[in-house]
Structure formats: C-alpha cells, structure tokens
Design a binder for this molecule. Structure first.
Ligand code: FES
Length: 159
C-alpha cells in the first residue's frame, strides 16, 4: 500500500506515544483514511501488521465507528448535520431533498460516483441551521426549501 511519506512520519511518531500498540489502532485508522480516502482490506491489513495485531482487530474498529469508511467516497462528500438544532430546522427534510436531487440514499454513494451522502453530528454552527458540509466547506441555512437550489449549484460547480 502506498502511503504518503508525511503519513508514514506521523504514524511513526504517533505509535510510540501509546502504552500498547492496540491503543494506537483508532488514530492510525484515521491517519490512513485521511491519506487514502477510505480503509480498504489492504489498508486494514497494513495497520494490523504495523501494530502487531490481527486484521480482525482493525476490522472490528472500522465496522464499529461510522466515521471510518470501507469504500471510497464520491466526488462530493456531502454531510448533513442532524443534531437537534439542525433537525428542528428541517435537516431531515433537507437530506430527503438531496437524496432526490442526487438519486442517492443517505449512507451511500450515488451510482455515478458523484456524491456520497451522510449524516453527521453537530458542527458547532447551530445558529445557522441546517448545516451541510461538502468536503471541508460548510454551508449554512440549507433549508428544505433551498436544498434543491443548493444541489443544482453543486452539480453545476457553482458553489
Ligand atoms: S446542530 Fe447542526 S451545527 Fe449544531
């Protein structure tokens, strides 16, 4: 597996900081996912090998934590906040509109690979709910009424 040299450096610095190799497993999963975009079977095996663990130890973590992905994300990674203030402002309906606009069920990647649509928890910008992230960019006040226009702009590269 090809990891960037900076990722390898971070891993080499991080591992000795933990009292046991197993404790470093979750942070390593995050670092490898940041590098690769997701955790393939090969990546999980690599992490297990690096920490003297069995691949099943890593697979258990990856399947437990929803923020760890086993498949590549779409070109646009859309995350809709669903914590209470956003939910009260219509986040679930916003997400429904995005599902329709991109023909993609939440928790999945569209067949054309354009979007991955997921729920996330609070982004600490609750005063401007509903909040939607696209990659690392935050968009606020994406109401059910404005969600379609938001989707169109995203499709047209106008965001
Ligand atoms: S609840 Fe959505 S940003 Fe805080």
């Amino acid at each position: 597996m090809d990891l960037q040299s900076e990722t390898i450096e971070k891993i080499d610095k991080l591992v000795p900081r933990y009292p046991t190799m197993k404790s470093a497993a979750l942070p390593l999963c995050h670092l490898v996912q940041e590098d690769q975009g997701y955790l393939s079977k090969e990546a999980m095996e690599w992490i297990a090998d690096r920490l003297d663990l069995q691949p099943i130890n890593i697979m258990e973590l990856v399947t437990f934590y929803p923020m760890l992905r086993t498949e590549p994300t779409g070109r646009h990674h859309i995350r809709v906040c669903r914590t209470l203030p956003c939910a009260l402002a219509g986040a679930y309906q916003t997400c429904k509109k995005l599902e329709e606009a991109f023909n993609c069920k939440v928790g999945h990647t569209s067949a054309d690979g354009e979007v991955t649509l997921e729920y996330v928890e609070c982004h600490a910008d609750c005063g401007k709910a509903p909040v939607v992230m696209v990659g690392e960019d935050e968009y606020t006040n994406i109401t059910p009424e404005s969600a379609e226009e938001f989707a169109t702009k995203l499709k047209n590269g106008a965001l």
